[in-house]
Ligand binder design. Structure first.
Ligand code: NAD
Length: 487
């Protein structure tokens, strides 16, 4: 496949089963590989957002009242259609977000896994019968929470929508989605699929535009009982405060700063390949991306040079060109954040073994060379703040205890990784890590059937597996009076 060209794509909003056709102010969507406009999308008015909430509220009774099996059929149909259209969906991800096309396909497939998993999980929302006192029965049932607001980030513009909407709809909720302003077009394609499979009107609604404005309306409307958000910790905290005013339920998947511990006895070739895959997926713009490399003293030099030579060998460029392994970062602001963290660390005494600068192979786009910084200390910003770029920050440790302390010395707690063949050590260390996900000799933990979520400032709640649907369900206790007969 060569570089992709398309006509400018017209983003649209989908409210109450209709594509909105009226004139509105619009915002531009650009390709981060070359800065060219890919398309645009409308800016929702107050009235648009209010109509989306009205529609979701009206649709709730019918949708939640369907037998689970019927909802399941819609979700299976969506999963099928996502896989039928995987080429187009992936192309859109690469165009508006920049990741290499093969990665974009993997992202779309990951999204389809959620539609499939929750199509099945919809039918397993079981209640419980609890032993009760005489003259009563205790039954516990689970019911959908109601109208859900879903707010998604730009880094996985297709799968983050699927990861939220699939369990929400499976549970019987109705949804208003607000995708990221950098990447609204992948969401439009998913909504075209919802329309194609005949999802009843009002069940899923799409609004685009100004985040604070749309967020404000959603958070102030009492009918919205749950907000599910993936994005930065900063915005997550703001939404949690806003939600508190009406005690809306919040599910927050926020930032991370994953440590990756390489013990001296590790299979170093495996560790290098896994770290590269984790670090460079989406150019390091993933919440679970390996960031803080913690390497045991005796192997540090050898390990760093193995890693450095692999980082040097990667092919950088426009993600739509065959063979490209590392694309651009999303925008100038991101690029500046990455380079300022690296420059600052360098000025404070860290050593740049490879990279540490703009890639000069293109005059357009925001390309940062894959980078390995060594001699990083916990005092440096690179060690503490999410970098969200292709940068590995390495610190040497000398004991198991020190590795654990360094790994946990962080306000985030999403993903962490460790490499050792020693089962005792792996068990001890994984139990001591204050993170929601621990990869043991594995740095690619994404799977629809597993519980995904963070500790500390990385969030609350879980997505994926049977845990993921619980976020969208209320528990109801039925106390049933029964006239007993003497036996
Ligand atoms: P962001 O917080 O800037 O934006 C996320 C979404 O929130 C976007 O749709 C944005 O428009 C919206 N938003 C921004 N301000 C808002 C407001 N005041 N009210 C309502 N909505 C608002 O994050 P981002 O830059 O798009 O995404 C990157 C971040 O997402 C990183 O921190 C990354 O770690 C995190 N992330 C986490 C996970 C996870 O599973 N934990 C997954 C992917 C990304």
């Amino acid at each position: 496949m060569g570089g992709m060209t398309v006509e400018t794509i017209l983003g649209r909003m989908f409210i109450d089963g209709n594509w909105e056709r009226g004139e509105r102010e619009r915002f531009r969507v650009v390709n981060p590989a070359n800065g060219q406009q890919v398309g645009d999308a409308p800016i929702a008015s107050d009235e648009d957002v209010a109509r989306a909430i009205d529609a979701a509220s009206r649709a709730f009774r019918g949708w939640s009242g369907l037998p689970a099996e019927d909802r399941s059929k819609y979700l299976h149909a969506i999963a099928d259609e996502v896989m039928n259209q995987i080429d187009d969906l992936a192309r859109m991800v690469t165009l508006e977000q920049g990741k290499p096309y093969n990665e974009a396909r993997a992202e779309v497939k990951y999204g389809a896994d959620f539609w499939r998993w929750y199509a099945e999980e919809a039918r397993r929302v079981y209640g419980e019968i609890v032993p009760a006192p005489r003259g009563r029965r205790i039954a516990v049932i689970k019911q959908p929470t109601g109208v859900t607001a879903a707010i998604t980030p730009w880094n996985f513009p297709s799968s983050m929508v699927s990861r939220k909407l699939a369990p929400a709809l499976a549970a019987g909720n109705t949804v208003i989605l607000k995708p990221a302003e950098q990447t609204p077009l992948s969401a439009v394609l998913l909504f075209e699929i919802f329309e194609k499979v005949g999802l009843p009107e009002g069940v899923a609604n799409l609004v685009t535009g100004r985040p604070e404005h749309i967020g404000g309306i959603l958070m102030n409307d009492f009918r919205v009982r749950h907000v599910t958000f993936t994005g930065s910790t900063e915005v997550g905290l703001l939404l949690a405060k806003q939600a508190a005013a009406q005690l809306k339920r919040v599910s927050l998947e926020l930032g991370g700063h994953a440590p990756i511990i390489v013990f001296a006895d590790a299979d170093l070739d495996l560790a290098v390949e896994q770290i590269l895959a984790s670090k460079l997926r989406n150019m390091g713009q993933a919440c679970i991306s390996a960031n803080r490399l913690l390497v045991e003293g005796p192997i540090a030099e050898d390990f760093h040079s193995k890693l450095a030579s692999r980082l040097e060998s990667l092919r950088i460029g426009d993600g739509s060109v065959d063979g490209v392994q590392v694309g651009p970062v999303i925008d100038e602001q991101s690029f500046n954040k990455i380079s300022s963290q690296v420059d600052e660390a360098k000025n404070e005494g860290a050593h740049i073994l490879v990279g540490g600068e703009r890639w000069l192979g293109s005059t357009e786009g925001y390309f940062y060379r894959p980078t390995l910084v060594t001699e990083v200390t916990p005092a440096m910003r690179l060690f503490r703040e999410e970098t969200f770029g292709p940068v590995l920050a390495s610190t040497v440790f000398h004991s198991e205890q020190e590795a654990i302390l360094l790994a946990n010395d962080c306000t985030y707690g999403l993903a962490s990784y460790l490499f050792t063949p020693d089962i005792d050590k792996a068990t001890r260390v994984s139990e001591a890590l204050e993170f929601g996900v621990v990869g043991i000799n594995n740095a690619l933990p994404m799977a629809a059937q597993a519980p995904w979520g963070g500790w500390k400032l990385s969030g609350v709640g879980r997505e994926g597996g049977h845990w993921g649907i619980d976020e969208f369900l209320e528990t109801k206790y039925l106390s049933i009076g029964v006239t007993e007969q003497t036996r």
